[in-house]
Design a protein around this ligand. Structure first.
Ligand SMILES: [Zn+2]
Length: 66
């Protein structure tokens, strides 16, 4: 089922992932919300860092950068 909202918001911000996706993501280790710092996702609880590749956050425990 597709319910994609067309906002027409085409601001040229070079954000590697969408705000929408950012809001549903959580750190796999401590389940805390993550924020975007540069081109990394950083968890707000313990600061675990995750890479983003081609718009896909690599949120694997094995790939975490402490
Ligand atoms: Zn974490």
């Amino acid at each position: 089922m597709s319910d994609k909202a067309e906002t027409g918001d085409t601001t040229a911000e070079a954000q590697p992932i969408s705000q929408e996706l950012l809001e549903i993501l959580a750190c796999p280790i401590d389940k805390s919300p993550v924020k975007l710092v540069g081109d990394r996702l950083v968890c707000q609880e313990q600061g675990h860092k995750y890479r983003i590749e081609d718009g896909i956050p690599i949120m694997l425990v094995d790939e975490v950068e402490q």
